[in-house]
Ligand binder design. Structure first.
Ligand code: TYM
Length: 331
């Protein structure tokens, strides 16, 4: 028997401008997955973003910004269902059903919740039950592969647990998904400008479409020390190389590392590395940045594309929701 084609699904919160971590950990994987057979669903997690974004206009703008960013970076809404989470309200119903089979202990173990609270985000009930809504997102479409960065793997594992608990109580309703990480571990967990994980909530992120002076300033924040260029250095101790590794071809990266390691007359200083990093960033994101600006000039079209994606996605979610309601005796 042939195995059925996979269903890819993932989401990103519109909680600020998408950064290098979102790109390498998620967006790029999502765009690349379009080359694989199967169905593809990607969405903007605006219900989730309500746990941190409190202003309505900001949230609406962030949604359009994220849609334009995705399309500029290669997401094709003709090949994927690309939509806004809140246009498929069935996920909130499924979330309730899952909440009834989810132990407090499971949620209490969530790293992401603990991190957010430690970083000063007010611990609302919504923030605490966030993984249940995420599980509903995944299970609502019978997804099988969830491409995410490392920080979301625990949430996908929690989703597996919730599906198992629900199915063992009510029968085989939900499909158990698997997380998929980028192959390179430095892309699965991109460091921030200060060396911790890059995150909007840590304020150490670099927007993918940053340019000009703001880009130079951000790159300027990457910590260095006061050693002279001529002093031989171990490249693995230099944080700038973490970023160069994401953007340069292997051969060029190796040449820079060799020169830094050798030291001596003509060895590059941190300033040189920063200039090269800004150039490589521009080369990588410049063309998409131009498309992004064009797309942002027509917000009504962005809204239309999102709604079209939601119509198709919703049909699937309604079928799964009905199956789940039936199984627990609510229909
Ligand atoms: P969010 O919005 O925090 O992040 C979106 C995606 O970006 C990845 N990511 C990173 N990857 C590598 N290095 C980093 N520094 C980095 N920072 C973020 C995340 O792993 C994620 O893949 N709960 C989710 C949104 C969501 C979702 C879902 C995801 C809601 N429902 C269903 C998958 C399936 C979140 O907050 O992601």
């Amino acid at each position: 028997m042939s195995t059925p084609a996979p269903t890819f699904l993932s989401g990103i919160q519109p909680s600020g401008r998408p950064h290098l971590g979102n790109y390498f950990g998620a967006i790029r994987q999502h765009v690349d997955s379009l080359e694989e057979p199967g169905e593809h669903l990607f969405f903007i997690a605006d219900y989730h973003a309500l746990t941190t974004v409190k202003d309505a206009d900001t949230l609406r703008n962030n949604v359009r910004d994220l849609a334009a960013t995705y399309f500029a970076l290669g997401m094709d809404p003709e090949r994927a269902m690309f939509f806004r989470q809140s246009d498929v309200p069935e996920v909130t119903e499924i979330a309730w059903l899952l909440a009834t089979v989810t132990g407090m202990g499971l949620l209490e173990r969530a790293h992401s919740y603990k991190d957010k609270v430690a970083n000063g985000i007010k611990p609302s009930v919504g923030l605490f039950t966030y993984p249940i809504l995420m599980a509903a997102d995944i299970l609502a479409y019978d997804s099988t592969i969830v491409p995410v960065g490392k920080d979301q793997v625990q949430h996908v594992e929690m989703t597996q647990d919730m599906a198992t608990h629900f199915n063992s109580r009510h029968g085989e309703v939900f499909t158990r998904p698997e997380a998929r990480l980028p192959e390179r571990s430095d892309m699965a967990k991109v460091p921030g400008l200060d060396g911790q994980k890059m995150s909007k909530s840590y304020g150490n992120d670099l927007w993918v479409f940053e340019e000009g002076k703001a880009l130079k300033k951000a790159i300027g924040r990457i910590p260095t020390d006061s050693r002279e260029p001529s002093e031989p250095k171990d490249p693995s101790e230099i944080q700038l190389f973490d970023f160069l590794a994401l953007l340069l071809e292997d051969q060029e990266l190796q040449e820079w590392k060799d020169r830094v390691e050798a030291g001596g007359e003509g060895a590059p200083g941190y300033g040189h590395l920063k200039v090269r990093l800004a150039e490589a960033f521009d080369d990588h994101f410049g063309p998409a940045r131009a498309r992004y600006k064009e797309l942002m000039a027509d917000p009504a079209e962005l809204d239309r594309v999102l709604l079209r994606g939601a119509e198709k996605a919703r049909e699937r979610a309604v079928a799964v929701r009905d199956r789940a309601l039936q199984a627990c005796g609510l229909r």
